[in-house]
Design a protein around this ligand. Sequence first.
Ligand SMILES: NC(=O)c1ccc[n+]([C@@H]2O[C@H](COP(=O)([O-])OP(=O)(O)OC[C@H]3O[C@@H](n4cnc5c(N)ncnc54)[C@H](OP(=O)(O)O)[C@@H]3O)[C@@H](O)[C@H]2O)c1
Length: 326
Amino acid sequence: MSTGSLNGRRRVLLTGATGFVGGNVAAVLSDRGADLLCAVRRDPGPDFPWPWRLTDLGDQADIRAALAEHSSTDVAHLAIDNDLAGLYRDRRAGFDAYVGMTGRIVRAANAHGASVAYLSTDWVFDGTGHRVAEDEPVVPLNLYGLFKALSERTVLDGADRGFVARVGGVQGRHLTQPSAPREQDCGFGYFVLSLVDALSAGRPFTVWRDPAINGVASPVIAAEIGARLLQAMEREADGVLHIVGADAVTREELAERACHVFELDPGLLRTGPVPEDARLPAPIPFDTSLATVRTDEVLGIPPHPLEAQLGALRDEVTSGRPHPLT
Ligand SMILES: NC(=O)c1ccc[n+]([C@@H]2O[C@H](COP(=O)([O-])OP(=O)(O)OC[C@H]3O[C@@H](n4cnc5c(N)ncnc54)[C@H](OP(=O)(O)O)[C@@H]3O)[C@@H](O)[C@H]2O)c1
């Protein structure tokens, strides 16, 4: 790790800011004084809260132009084609949307002199480990994991400066589409608030129990990802970081702890199989919990316990503002 300036103001070009994680990252970076420019592919509308620029991530010259216009110090690459079935339907297009795009961003950043922060996933592993370390060789089970792993390698081998931050079990609100339905899926994303939505309305919530889906993860709130990404940029981190929570939990454990923190009735929890129409057309890693030993050293701070993160999420739901703990 380079020790670089800890106080320099970051000028961050962010991709994926209209998405779930990207919106939270944008909010936290902006709240913490980073100079943000969101590279978007279409006009995000009048309510979009951060500066934006239409940028074609298929065109390396346009990415370079965005970096130059903004005088970016960093590019945080979060944009993703989030359609697993689509990757299988058109593998060539999927490869370009992941690996090709990451390569264009890396080359543009190198030419401009910016660092690259690439957001990756716990699904680069096959789900047979537990609290897997940053330096464990990847072993993806499906095309999403494979293309993320290849994108990671593109950054690790190709970026003059930068790092890969794996996240997983991400909990939070979609800031730019707050009314979008929040539903349990075969990953851990949105799990807590979909449960909170149901139980708050007095409806039962069925926690899926199935060895063929993501059953264990290290949940982290989306706002915390923003805080730690900024910290990693300020510290000019390199290599692989794991930005996850301190606790590895099953879906049922997460459901029980969420009931406790949100003061909801655990008697409304059920367990059951995954509905057929929710299954994904590919193998899913089961235990994707991650360890953070190297990350703790690089960032100088351990991850937050699950209860604290759920408490911050509850505050966020009440206040309407992301509450990172770091
Ligand atoms: N959500 C999770 O639980 C989770 C877990 C692990 C890792 N991650 C990682 O977190 C990152 C963000 O995921 P997310 O869940 O926030 O995704 P998301 O909500 O689906 O958002 C995807 C974002 O990428 C943008 N995008 C997609 N294709 C693009 C293109 N060709 N050009 C420009 N922008 C494009 C979308 O823009 P539009 O609004 O225009 O469509 C949107 O802003 C990804 O790298 C993902 O691997 C997420």
